[in-house]
Design a protein. Structure first.
Length: 282
């Protein structure tokens, strides 16, 4: 049985938002526990008997960019918002068709200048307030953050330099080539980056490798598949979640998204690489 259409928008206090496609990441908006309670989110294009202009807003995800024009709505009102929503990089889903010029009113993406932010993750302080991602992040002083004995013990028991779990080979960012050159330099210090996943002879899913990364590795290679402004994915979290320092490679300013690290000059002191090698061989 088809749902009963709501009253015309001018007489209804609710905001009706149509998702033009059923997005696989967002299956149920009720689970998001949004503090705004006057919005009705739906995938039902027939809610207004096929009159899309009655919706307050329509969300178009990146896959909508590949649809033929005839599969997109034709009639719209001046008060209606068309929102482009994506967490994919612009390299993978570029909006280059002339048809989309002046098509969208708002954006909802990982970009820090989006009308609505949609990051892969947020960083909260100890009181629960969101610090990042943000254009101007005020990171707390590292000295003011206590380190638990449990973390110290995990770090002390690690034995290997760096690991990387990757499934997308020959990415646009040329991270495979970068890794090869990095391996050549590390070889002179008797170090290597262990690679797992579809791009390696050692197959491993993240869920089954997680314990190994936590137990063994000091560093985790958080290499993005494409360079894009503000594009920081869950790969960074694979390092933090496993008590490993993420080594990032991408097009974002990572200070705006992840914990601020010491200066590169301090991290790059020659004796530090040698110290890691000696520690591993104890």
């Amino acid at each position: 049985m088809a749902p009963t259409p709501p009253e015309p928008l001018l007489l209804d206090s609710h905001k009706y938002i149509l998702s033009w496609e059923h997005y696989y990441i967002i299956s149920d908006y009720d689970d998001l526990q949004c503090p705004v309670n006057n919005c009705i989110f739906t995938h039902d294009k027939n809610l207004y008997n096929g009159d899309y202009s009655q919706f307050d807003a329509i969300l178009f995800y990146e896959r909508s960019l590949t649809l033929p024009v005839e599969y997109l709505p034709i009639n719209r009102t001046s008060s209606q918002l068309y929102v482009f929503a994506t967490i994919e990089s612009s390299y993978n889903y570029p909006a280059c068709e002339l048809y989309f010029d002046n098509f969208f009113n708002w954006t909802m993406t990982y970009r820090l200048n989006s009308d609505i932010g949609w990051p892969y993750f947020v960083v909260r302080n100890l009181t629960g307030h969101i610090l990042a991602p943000s254009v101007n992040v005020k990171w707390p002083n590292h000295k003011d953050i206590p380190i638990s004995p449990n973390v110290i013990e995990k770090l002390a028991n690690k034995t290997r330099a760096a690991g990387w779990l990757v499934s997308h080979c020959r990415a646009e960012s040329m991270r495979d080539e970068y890794l090869t050159r990095l391996q050549e330099h590390l070889y002179h210090f008797s170090l290597q980056i262990d690679v797992f996943g579809a791009c390696s002879n050692i197959r491993c899913r993240y869920s089954s490798c997680e314990e190994m990364f936590t137990r063994d590795y000091y560093f985790y290679m958080a290499f993005e598949n494409s360079f894009d402004e503000d594009y920081v994915t869950e790969k960074v979290l694979h390092g933090y979640d496993n008590y490993a320092v993420p080594i990032v490679y991408g097009g974002a300013n990572y200070t705006s998204s992840a914990i601020k690290s010491p200066s590169r000059k301090r991290l790059a002191k020659p004796h530090q690489v040698e110290a890691i090698r000696l520690h591993r061989n104890r």
